[in-house]
Design a protein around this ligand. Structure first.
Ligand code: SF4
Length: 415
């Protein structure tokens, strides 16, 4: 009756794991550490070679420390390389992404429970999986063709959850006390394209803007081409409902590189978008992702990327060193960049990201922002994604207005 969940990778995996944890706790199963668990679910990622390696090492470690545990593996690595995963010690079952909806039904019998059995368990509440926010997955899969990306293979084409489903889940978790909801999808901007002409990301956001309850929505990663004026109009019109925070993956600032990556926008269009976001929302956090060392990337192109980032209004950047993913278009491209060169370029970009984060934080010192306490209540995260000390005496999941203090001792980003 004891289980543990280990989750790698993106917010979509977090949402999937949260959903499974909610079903297991509702059936009366108890969350424990991997060493004490009867069943361990490992939700894997395969976005880079090191993500695969991390999953392998974790599964081996769980088996070494708890040889009796039955290990169930799901996620992108399990979907991409099920044979490799099945050969790892202690693995009892593999649930590929396309069957993730059946995860709880797979795990519950292993825990001596049947799906739907209850009511001895508890509903989900803030703090489940150590997270104060609920991650609400509106969509999964991706129908784009980015040349480096394995995700369309491991997750299949884009599929949207009907609006009613999304709103029902939202109502459940808001009733359960969640005050922040991270809206997520593998390709969130594609929400609704497979549903009907009236269903767009802007219409989904509008429905969330008007849903009842005391909660805030943080929109997760949005592809630049999907962050339309209609989307920005909705979020800007409802500042109390939407956190002042967007994440817009650039990937590269050279149009040649963007073309080779098969990303459908130019650097100029991206720059105009983030400038527009900054104009509309002067205090917003604006994050991004970049890939460094993509095949054929020259020193000059790496320099162009670094120069753009330095001058941009971005507030933090996640830097992904390129690695071949099996079967992708980019895997077959010539001009692979040597490892030490990739490492040096990545290190420079991470320095720039730190500078952007520090500059943003300095710009916010003295401003009063709405924030939600996390963890044991000593720390809060502002709507614009700054971690700040909370006033004393608060528990997790409390709203508080905080004045942003100088940087000392507090990270510029919550995670
Ligand atoms: S939009 Fe591109 S990078 Fe994102 S999941 Fe789809 S194919 Fe991968």
């Amino acid at each position: 009756m004891k289980y543990a969940v280990v989750t790698f990778g993106c917010r979509v995996n977090q949402a999937d794991s949260l959903g499974v944890e909610a079903a297991l706790t509702a059936a009366g199963a108890e969350a424990v550490s991997c060493e004490r668990a009867d069943v361990v679910l490992v939700n894997t990622c395969s976005v880079t070679a090191s993500a695969d390696q991390g999953a392998r090492q974790t599964i081996r470690r769980i088996h070494r420390e708890n040889p009796d545990a039955r290990i169930v593996v799901t996620g992108c690595f399990a979907s991409r390389a099920p044979g490799d995963v099945a050969a790892l010690p202690g693995v009892s079952a593999i649930v590929p992404n396309l069957r993730k909806d059946a995860l709880a039904a797979t795990l519950l019998p292993m825990l001596g429970r049947e799906p739907g059995e209850g009511p001895c368990g508890r509903p989900p509440s803030p703090g489940l999986m150590g997270r104060t926010a609920w991650t609400l997955r509106a969509q999964t899969g991706c129908s784009e063709t980015c040349s480096y990306c394995i995700i369309p293979t491991t997750r299949g084409p884009s599929r949207s959850r009907p609006l009613r489903d999304v709103l029902d889940e939202l109502a459940r978790v808001v009733d359960a006390g969640y005050r922040e909801v991270a809206l997520t999808g593998v390709h969130l901007g594609a929400w609704g394209r497979d549903l009907g002409a009236a269903d767009t990301l802007a219409s989904l956001l509008d429905a969330l803007a008007h849903a009842p309850g005391d909660f805030r929505v943080r929109v997760s990663s949005l592809e630049p081409m999907d962050c339309t004026p209609a989307v920005l109009d909705v979020v800007a019109a409802h500042p109390a409902r939407f956190a002042a925070h967007l994440h817009l993956p650039l990937q590269h600032a050279c149009d040649d590189m963007l073309r080779a990556m098969q990303r459908p926008y130019t650097r100029r269009a991206f720059a105009a978008l983030v400038d527009d976001v900054r104009r509309r929302w002067p205090d917003a956090a604006i994050g991004s992702d970049v890939i460094v060392g993509f095949p054929g990337e020259t020193d000059a192109q790496a320099q162009t990327l670094a120069s753009y980032l330095e001058r941009s209004p971005l507030t933090h950047v996640h830097v992904f060193p390129y690695s071949d993913r099996p079967g992708t278009v980019a895997e077959a491209m010539p001009g692979k960049v040597a490892g030490p060169v990739v490492k040096a370029r990545a290190s420079r970009l991470r320095d720039i990201s730190r500078q952007l984060s520090s500059a943003f934080r300095r710009s916010q010192v003295g401003r009063v922002r709405p924030a939600l306490t996390i963890g044991d209540g000593h720390v809060a995260v502002t709507d614009n994604y700054l971690k700040v000390p909370a006033p004393p005496g608060l528990a997790r999941n409390a709203w508080v207005d905080v004045e942003v203090p100088p940087l000392d001792g507090v990270a510029a980003e919550p995670d």
